[in-house]
Design a protein around this ligand. Sequence first.
Ligand SMILES: Nc1nc2c(ncn2[C@@H]2O[C@H](COP(=O)(O)OP(=O)(O)OP(=O)(O)O)[C@@H](O)[C@H]2O)c(=O)[nH]1
Ligand SMILES: [Mg+2]
Length: 234
Amino acid sequence: MSNNNNKNLTKISYKIVLIGNSQVGKTCFFKRLTKGIFAEKNISTIGIDRAKITKIISVPEDPFDSSSKEKEIEFSIDFFDTAGQERYRSITSGYYKNSQGLLLLYDITNKKSFEDVEVWMQSVLDNLGEKESNKKRNYSLILIGNKIDLEENRVITKEEGEEICKKNNIISWGGEISIKDMSKEELEDKFIEMMKIIYKDIGNPENKNMVTKKLNEEKIKKKKRDNNLCCEKK
Ligand SMILES: Nc1nc2c(ncn2[C@@H]2O[C@H](COP(=O)(O)OP(=O)(O)OP(=O)(O)O)[C@@H](O)[C@H]2O)c(=O)[nH]1
Ligand SMILES: [Mg+2]
């Protein structure tokens, strides 16, 4: 897939940040993806960790039209692991600034980590504002359930994860994973899947016209849908 000889390759830069309660597995995600390792015993993160990731990915030329011709884009990602402990929240939220992607992790065996998804969504809203403003999409927030290898201790169903995303426009469903059971390559594939969601959501931040056009189209469609609904016979 990758081609180093590509001077004309479109380049997109994203800042992507891992967030979520303490112990949900953010550092494990970060280390598995960037170094291939999995630590059974991790020390809670203080401050942040950061890595640069470059990936050439085939995506639809028009991010908002999945049937458009595929093309390769070089994504340069500035990837951040943050501290989940409550006492570091104000520092952590400082790292959302200017991010295009936020991966919000919870632990399917820990109820509080799922209940706090609402708190994290509010924190993203407080720090980054509405997902859409001034005819542009600002960021993409994706929810991921971790630790599915611990099925016997599961307290949050997959449907509950999906449901919270259906109810809130601000967040998209990224699925469930087990970082422990995944190889580096499998997690890389998952990460690419997440990048595609972000790309489909916000496109190329450099190309604002495209996003504006898409949002206008969506508004018109919604208006049509609302009009139809109002006039349907019950
Ligand atoms: N069984 C299982 N354990 C996991 C998985 N992912 C992470 N863990 C364990 O969960 C614990 C916490 O993982 P961390 O990655 O340090 O959690 P964190 O979200 O970075 O926590 P903070 O740094 O405090 O915010 C560690 O003991 C990991 O071994 C998984 O997929 N399955
Ligand atoms: Mg950590």
